[in-house]
Design a protein around this ligand. Structure first.
Ligand SMILES: Cc1ncc(COP(=O)(O)O)c(C=O)c1O
Length: 439
């Protein structure tokens, strides 16, 4: 990925434009403004999921259907954020609603086993051939915690290899200035290497001492870094990582919480690399809370007491009937291979079109990603803020950080609308001093 030089604009010009955009946003959303004020009294920062907040305050959603969100002030938005990839099916898909309703009609919070979890495990194992056995969790974060713990148990080591800018959950973030020692991160013995750099892998596999128990027992990687800016790994890098893990006796864990949407069998199918363990989450639960970790049968045997396994997995809601039923409906009825291919091909076209818009205007903005996941970048976050608010004005919602995740409800018309709106904004800004006088 080559980074264009950051745009140079007059500070006062951009600051004035941002202030005007925030003022316009605020004046059109009195009901959301009041909700935000109310929220801030009882929720720190006014929310319970930090990524959803933005300046001057986040709109509150009244309803959602298909590809559309409606806020409490009556504004309608085409939803290109797609709940950060969890919304692949769009809002309120009928087969998922029917499956959940039918399951709830038969009772929930069972505190016992049922058949939906078996059916779901069969569907997951059939779809992702590297997953011979699987267990469920309530979130992608938990899935990664369980996968790491399982891998360290298997190898008898303590080191965990991760990559710069990776995000594997709220307690497994490596994009901060604080790095692996962020106070909210779990205290594993992380070794952090630059992403997509074959030579830097040496840092993982250096021996740690005489007994070697601090050696790297597993490496956790997203084949395409999602929250880290939709940066795809190169095939050479993933192949080298697979080989180096094998040579070192470390397990390779693919975090496919986001990337499993990139092909019917996930990014591992797209790259043709077989990890030892895989974690899943997001869209697979049909929009309900969900996570899963699975992979090699010999590794997962640690959870099978009859086979001598000594690990147990706790989690009151691991097999909750709503998520299990929603996920079964998702895999059985909603996500055919054709649909997966279609949404990713549409994403590739959208990314190309947006890239052309930014390139032609020499806008100091660019877009990266793969298939249905992409991220708009800029050297000056104020430009992204302005584009974000311009799109909201045009009835289009992308994530504030420029992240876009298509749902299967978004068609070519919606994509054209996003490209046209972006082009209008870029041209308008280019008329104004997008590359103005440095201050
Ligand atoms: C790659 C990746 N792994 C794990 C997670 C954590 O999933 P959850 O938010 O369900 O805990 C995320 C969430 O954004 C993610 O993008």
């Amino acid at each position: 990925m080559t980074k264009p030089a950051p745009p140079v604009a007059t500070t006062s010009d951009l600051d004035t434009a941002v202030a005007a955009a925030h003022h316009r946003y605020r004046s059109r959303r009195p009901v959301s403004a009041a909700a935000d004020e109310r929220a801030r009294r009882v929720l720190p920062g006014g929310n319970t999921r930090s990524v959803l907040d933005f300046e001057p305050f986040a709109f509150r959603v009244a309803s959602a259907a298909g590809a559309e969100l409606v806020d409490v002030d009556g504004h309608r938005y085409v939803d290109f954020c797609g709940n950060y990839t969890a919304g692949l099916l769009g809002h309120s898909p009928a087969p998922v609603r029917a499956a959940v309703t039918e399951a709830l009609d038969r009772g929930w919070t069972l505190g016992a086993m049922h058949e939906a979890e078996i059916e779901l495990a069969e569907l997951v194992c059939a779809r992702f051939p590297s997953i011979e056995q699987v267990r469920f969790t309530n979130s992608g974060t938990e899935a990664n915690l369980m996968a790491i713990g399982t891998a360290l148990h298997h190898t008898g080591r303590r080191g965990v290899g991760v990559f710069d800018h990776a995000y594997h959950g709220g307690v497994l973030g490596f994009g901060d200035v604080d790095g692996p020692h962020h106070p909210l991160n779990v205290p594993h013995r992380f070794r952090v290497a630059p992403f997509d750099d074959v030579d830097a892998l040496d840092a993982f596999f250096a021996r740690s001492g005489d007994d070697g128990d601090d050696d790297v027992g597993c490496v956790l990687v997203e084949p395409v870094q999602g929250s880290g800016g939709c940066r795809p790994a190169s095939l050479d890098f993933l192949r080298a990582l697979r080989r180096r893990c094998d040579e070192a006796g470390a397990l390779l864990i693919f975090d496919e919480v986001m990337t499993s949407r990139l092909a019917p069998g996930g990014a591992q199918e797209r790259f043709d690399i077989t990890p030892d363990l895989t974690t899943l989450g997001k869209y697979l639960g049909g929009g309900l809370s969900f996570g899963a970790f699975g992979g090699r049968r010999d590794v997962l045997a640690a959870f099978d007491g009859r086979a001598g396994g000594t690990l147990t997995q706790a989690g009151t809601f691991n097999n909750n009937i709503a998520s299990m039923s929603a996920a079964v409906a998702t895999l059985r009825h909603e996500l055919s291979p054709e649909r997966i291919r279609e949404v990713n091909e549409r994403g590739d076209r959208l990314r190309d079109d947006l890239g052309i818009v930014f390139d032609r205007a020499d806008a100091g903005m660019w877009v990266t990603g793969m298939g249905s996941m992409m991220n708009i970048h800029t050297g000056d976050d104020r430009l992204l803020d302005l584009l974000f608010h311009h799109l909201l004005d045009d009835g289009i919602y992308v994530a504030r950080r420029g992240f876009i995740a298509l749902s299967i409800e978004i068609g070519d018309d919606e994509c054209d609308r996003l490209v046209t709106s972006t082009r209008r904004w870029v041209e308008r800004r280019a008329g104004a001093p997008l590359r103005g006088t440095p201050t």
